[in-house]
Design a protein around this ligand. Structure first.
Ligand code: F6R
Length: 249
């Protein structure tokens, strides 16, 4: 696991966008796994700038998003569908047919989840997966538990995640208590993974991910076993790490 520590959130977004742009330049038909939430917003802004200056094109890029809330209409301002369109998809030249997002309103989640897995496999798997991390070290919406989840499935959100995400909603009662999420097994099959984290509230999760034992109660800790993981985090998120274990960029 390689770790880059950036001075602040803005720098983290630029470093992450440069990494994605390099991937897009070397493989213009890359399959990208994408995350939502506040952490990747700066990275998406930088990617849009790179698209506008013709540094990169998304015309042959395929995307699969990590997760979506269950039973939230996709037009809702807080759906990840809306988030991705507002922050990225509506601002770039991606072919809408190449956008894949889990459907939080699917009729039959069991068969839908299998279809989502199949769609990823049909595209040859994910070349580069972008992750954020929850305060409780969840990745995707794979919450701490007794085992590492395998495939895409519906998950119950923990109180900690509902509390953290309530900042986007008018009241905590409006936060859905379930989401459909790629499994940890799905995420793990990606060729390369970058995980972004910013701010003091992520410092403990980052410390446990990097130094702690591999434990399903710290879902991100499984990334220690992946062959190609880069953490791009800011100084606050890195504040509990030993200075010898990262590079400052
Ligand atoms: C979102 C996702 C989640 C978030 C995590 C951090 O697609 O998969 O794991 O990355 O909850 O959220 P923020 O970035 O809002 O702190």
């Amino acid at each position: 696991m390689k770790i880059y520590v950036c001075k602040d959130y803005e720098r983290m977004g630029r470093v992450a966008a440069n990494y994605l742009a390099a991937q897009i330049n070397i493989k213009p038909d890359s399959v990208l796994g994408l995350a939502t939430g506040s952490t990747p917003v700066g990275m998406y802004k930088e990617l849009v700038k790179k698209y506008e200056s013709r540094d990169i094109s998304f015309k042959d890029i395929v995307t699969f998003n990590l997760d979506e809330y269950v039973n939230l209409p996709k037009e809702n301002i807080n759906s990840y569908y809306t988030f991705m369109h507002e922050n990225l998809f509506d601002k770039i030249d991606i072919n809408p047919e190449n956008i894949n997002m889990p459907d939080g309103n699917a009729k039959d989640f069991d068969s839908y989840s299998k279809e989502y897995e199949k769609a990823i496999a049909l595209k040859g798997g994910i070349d580069l997966q972008v992750l954020g991390i929850g305060n409780n070290a969840h990745i995707g919406f794979n919450e701490p538990g007794e085992y590492f989840s395998k495939e895409t499935t519906v998950v119950d959100l923990t109180r900690s995640t509902i509390d953290a995400n309530s900042r986007f909603f008018d009241s905590i009662d409006e936060v859905p208590n379930q989401a459909i999420s790629m499994g940890i097994g799905t995420i793990f099959k990606s060729e390369k993974i970058i995980l972004l984290a910013s701010g003091k509230t992520k410092a403990e999760a980052i410390k446990n991910t990097v130094n702690g034992p591999i434990d399903p109660h710290v879902p991100a800790s499984i990334l220690q076993l992946h062959k190609n993981v880069l953490l791009i985090i800011d100084e606050q998120a890195a504040s509990l790490l030993d200075k010898n274990c990262y590079e400052t960029v």
